[in-house]
Design a protein around this ligand. Structure first.
Ligand code: CP
Length: 299
């Protein structure tokens, strides 16, 4: 995908590997306290038309750490969306205030690609329907690199509701760039309708193969009538018992939010292999790195 301003990040297919490597180096420098940047006087618009905790608050934290003032819009509350203004018009009007960038979370029906060609500020996809969630996949990969040394050669098993997952969609793209393998596991109702993916029908076999095991949120709102959640937990849940099949050196991940007791038990959060909260911490560094790279012309 291209865009008028050419700096928008709507997917990972169009982000060069060299830029991803550079982003990870910038994030390393931020972690090491070696990067000093203050974006005084700049604003960044955070437009969340759909619910979010981690992505929204980590972009806010990233802005605060960089000295960029965040212009926040959350859902319909207190905005002219309440009066019937469209999401597209909202974005065009906020873009007219010339923020340094626009971070947007929205549904599939909004055409972010077309919008990115109409505005001067770069648009960062913060979760776009089922199409993708690039910054989540980037922070996941950064977490894998931190704990396992490199993403190349890793085997990522994604378990659960892949069919409705924008996180999985972004990992399919990022895996091509960073040379890790992706395999899927879950009931057939949860897997992509199209073929071409490596699939394990047995969680035990998948976990034996994996160096990283990632559970996805069971989108209860879509499946509860079709599938017993208790059966799901027994067959595909990240329970202490099921995770005996995963190597001691492997990582356990989840992008959040978690349905505890369905796709992951609460006690698994205490497993030394589990990096769920480290993913969240790294999300700030990656988003800080993205904003820094964008403002300094490196992206
Ligand atoms: N992982 C993720 O996108 O979480 P939020 O929906 O809370 O932002």
């Amino acid at each position: 995908m291209s865009s008028r301003n050419n700096k928008s990040i709507l997917d990972l297919q169009s982000l060069e590997k060299s830029k991803i490597d550079n982003l990870f180096s910038v994030a390393d420098a931020i972690v090491a306290g070696k990067l000093d940047f203050k974006g005084f006087g700049k604003t960044g618009a955070l437009l969340f038309f759909e619910a979010s905790t981690r992505t929204r608050m980590s972009f806010e934290t990233a802005c605060a750490r960089l000295g960029v003032y965040p212009l926040r819009l959350d859902g319909k509350s207190s905005s002219s969306l309440e009066k019937g203004e469209s999401q597209e018009d909202t974005i065009l009007n906020v873009a007219a205030m010339a923020p340094a960038f626009l971070v947007v979370r929205c549904g599939d029906d909004l055409n972010l690609q077309a919008l990115s060609e109409k505005v001067d500020s770069p648009i960062l996809n913060a979760g776009w329907g089922k199409k993708g969630h690039p910054t989540q996949a980037l922070l996941d990969a950064y977490t894998i690199r931190k704990h396992l040394g490199s993403c190349a050669g890793q085997k990522l098993l994604i378990v659960g509701d892949v069919r409705h997952s924008r996180v999985a969609a972004s990992h399919f793209e990022l895996a091509q760039k960073l040379n890790y393998e992706v395999a899927l596991c879950g009931p057939k109702e949860f897997l992509p309708e199209s073929g071409g993916f490596k699939v394990f029908s047995s969680l035990q076999e998948g976990l034996q193969w994996a160096t990283v095991a990632m559970a996805l949120r069971v989108q209860i709102e879509r499946h509860s009538s079709l599938y017993s959640l208790a059966d799901y937990r027994l067959s595909y849940g990240f329970t202490a018992r099921n995770l005996l099949a995963l190597s001691k050196q492997a990582l356990i991940m989840h992008p959040g939010p978690i349905n505890q007791g369905t796709e992951m038990d609460a006690e698994v959060l205490q497993d030394p292999r589990c990096q769920v909260l480290d993913q969240v911490s790294n999300g700030v560094f990656i988003r800080q790195g993205l904003i820094y790279s964008m403002l300094s012309g490196e992206l």
